[in-house]
Design a protein. Structure first.
Length: 237
């Protein structure tokens, strides 16, 4: 686990509530861990329930923040709806865009203030070898999850008045890096989605940013280079 002393002296996320998808491994887990260290309350979510439970137990010792976990497949409509319902029960707020009523009040301090769309997958194949199943799996996991979760969480984010969305794209969405065309296309679309939403939601008090990391040592990368050591050497060079 990273040392938080330097970052904690510069930043505080006390009172911040964030949902981080794909957060049991790699960059997603690192994001959740750092936000917890800085005092945020975080929802960890991924497909595997055992991994979610284990990571939540490990992250409880990170810092002042509180961690909650839900196993959900955000590449599916059912998984996204389950996540939204979980957050609504946890933090309140109106996610259907409706008008508050005495029976359904609009709380002033329980909105989600952050969404990190990090869930992602890849199958590295030349276009002629990629199947329709490969295409659908990558696009649903990388792009559909991002677009639909932004749409579903927008009312709660807007209500907070100080919300921030971070979409985790990739350098592969900007230039060719040998990841395969489907992955590259999905990440490029995430970057353009972020630009569009930043303009659309800025006047509403919702900031939208996109990060495009270069290759990081994550389980997804390790799986990709396991049978292709030359690719790893090329990256190091």
């Amino acid at each position: 686990m990273a040392n938080a002393s330097g970052s904690a002296s510069r930043w505080s996320l006390q009172g911040f509530r964030a949902v981080v998808t794909g957060s049991t491994k790699g960059l997603g887990r690192a994001c959740a861990e750092e936000m917890l260290r800085l005092g945020a309350e975080v929802v960890v979510t991924a497909r595997n329930s055992a991994e979610v439970e284990a990571v939540c137990l490990e992250l409880q010792a990170c810092g002042a923040g509180r961690v909650h976990g839900l196993a959900a497949d955000v590449s599916s409509r059912e998984g996204r709806e389950a996540l939204v319902a979980f957050v609504q029960r946890l933090w309140g707020g109106i996610l259907d865009g409706g008008v508050p009523s005495p029976s359904k009040p609009k709380p002033s301090n329980t909105a989600a203030t952050g969404l990190v769309n990090n869930a992602g997958t890849n199958v590295r194949k030349p276009i002629q070898d990629a199947t329709e199943e490969d295409y659908n799996n990558i696009m649903r996991t990388n792009l559909d999850s991002c677009w639909f979760l932004c749409k579903l969480f927008k009312p709660m984010l807007e209500k907070s008045g100080r919300a921030s969305v971070v979409n985790v794209s990739s350098v592969a969405g900007v230039r060719s890096t040998g990841t395969g065309s489907i992955y590259a296309m999905s990440k490029a679309a995430m970057a353009h989605l972020s630009t569009s939403l930043a303009c659309e939601w800025g006047p509403l008090g919702i900031r939208v940013n996109c990060v495009c990391p270069w290759m990081a040592r994550t389980p997804l990368l390790e799986e990709a280079v396991r049978n292709n050591p030359k690719q790893l050497e090329d990256v190091k060079a």
